[in-house]
Design a protein around this ligand. Structure first.
Ligand code: SAH
Ligand code: SF4
Length: 398
């Protein structure tokens, strides 16, 4: 017989557990970043702001946070001291934390950011002549498994909140020193002049948070980026496409990548749900479609997979009638990636056919490859499971 264990309690422990004083969680302060104007209004009233003042307070706080980049309520000098103290007690102005920042030889900056729960996402800043593009993430990982994409090897961990999406823009503005200085002449040159939702994740599978975040970023009294300077890239989530125009109003890019369902099924597996024809029909009906707001068809150039002259001709036949431009993306390799980049001659020959058919066909210059910041190379260490190299190769063959 086993000797009684010394830790076996003599009496039932339930009672003890009930009487042990439990540490109450500290009252969490609510983060204001990412709240829409309407949500901020509600939050201020809930915190005790008199209703008749709430609208004005929203405007004042909004300007401090999103125009001036202020993080401390004490600096909001047009608010009464008591009110600032109340705000500081109830709220915080919190951004994702920069874990690492890498700067490429070409000036591209990649930020690894830590968000709540200890998860990590990547954001990339790409300086260009007269403009700068910030590539932001919408999810930690991705539910989809596009076979050429590094993020696709990382399972979805969670959606980002609106605050975490806006936070990426604010972190970049902090790092680039882009907030206006009081009293200084207005500077119209913008370091972050464009935002693309082309980082980790499928933005249309996190629609509400992406929409709310973009509303904050577009608001004219804050960061004030025009809707035409924001591009949302989707792998083709058909039921959400029209909503992008109606509720956000930004530009749309579609990860097309193939001209037959057989090939697209392999490259962008969500094609098995909404195939090329269904996707193109949704794009033809895209509410904001016009020549000045063309849809970008993204097309990754994979050696021997989707890059023939025949593919190029099929592509222009498929998109006929849609105001479009075709953005050719030389494939960016990542550890274990199952494809090769098409040769430059091949990419140029493909671009030429598309161009001659009347569509702009720019070739996207790979940026920040040396720091794994180029399109499709993002992937954070936050994992809920990882595909093995063998699985990746098998899926590419399937
Ligand atoms: N989930 C969205 C947005 C993120 S991906 C989407 O799929 O559209 C942004 C773009 O990079 C997409 O067009 C995507 O297909 C492309 N991409 C992914 N992996 C790539 C790689 N390894 N090389 C080049 N482009 C890639
Ligand atoms: Fe997800 Fe886009 Fe990568 Fe596909 S290409 S796995 S949708 S992030």
């Amino acid at each position: 017989m086993n000797a009684p264990s010394p830790v076996t309690p003599a009496a039932p422990i339930t009672q003890d557990l009930l009487t042990i004083p439990r540490k109450l969680p500290e009252t969490a302060r609510r983060n204001l970043v990412g709240l829409t104007r309407a949500q901020l209004y509600e939050a201020l009233i809930e915190a005790g702001t008199p209703e008749r003042q709430a609208k004005m307070r929203v405007g004042q706080i909004w300007q401090w946070v999103y125009h001036w980049g202020v993080r401390d309520f004490a600096q909001m000098t047009n608010l009464a001291k008591d009110y600032r103290a109340l705000l500081a007690e109830k709220f915080e102005i919190a951004l994702p934390e920069i874990v690492t920042r890498q700067i490429s030889a070409d000036g591209t900056r990649k930020y690894l950011l830590r968000i709540s729960g200890g998860h990590e996402v990547e954001t990339v800043y790409i300086p260009e002549e007269n403009r700068g593009t910030l590539c932001i993430s919408s999810q930690v990982g991705c539910t989809l498994t596009c076979s050429f994409c590094h993020t696709g090897t990382q399972k979805l961990v969670r959606n980002l909140t609106a605050g975490e999406i806006v936070g990426q823009v604010m972190v970049a503005r902090d790092d680039l020193g882009e907030w206006p200085k009081p009293g200084a002449p207005k500077d119209e040159t913008r370091l972050v002049s464009n935002v693309v939702l082309m980082g980790m994740g499928e933005p249309l599978y996190n629609f509400d948070n992406v929409r709310d975040a973009m509303k904050v970023v577009m608001d004219g009294e804050g960061i004030s980026l025009s809707r035409r300077r924001i591009t949302l890239s989707t792998s083709g989530i058909v039921p959400e496409i029209a909503k992008t125009a109606e509720e956000i109003g930004c530009l749309l890019a579609v990860s097309f990548h193939a001209t037959t369902d057989e090939t697209r099924d392999k490259l962008v597996p969500v094609n098995r749900k909404w195939n090329i024809e269904t996707l193109l029909n949704a794009l033809r009906e895209y509410p904001r479609l016009s020549n000045s707001e063309r849809i970008t068809f993204e097309y990754v150039m994979l050696d021997g997979v989707n890059d023939s002259d025949e593919d190029a001709r099929r592509l222009v036949r498929l998109i006929r009638g849609i105001p479009a431009k075709v953005n050719l993306i030389p494939f960016n390799e990542w550890p274990g990636s199952p494809y090769r980049r098409s040769s430059w001659e091949r990419i140029e020959a493909f671009a030429d056919i598309v161009h001659k058919a009347g569509y702009a066909s720019p070739i996207r210059t790979p940026r920040g490859e040396d720091i794994m910041a180029a399109c499709g190379q993002l992937k954070s260490a936050t994992e809920r499971g990882r595909k093995t190299a063998a699985q990746i190769a098998a899926e590419a063959r399937a």
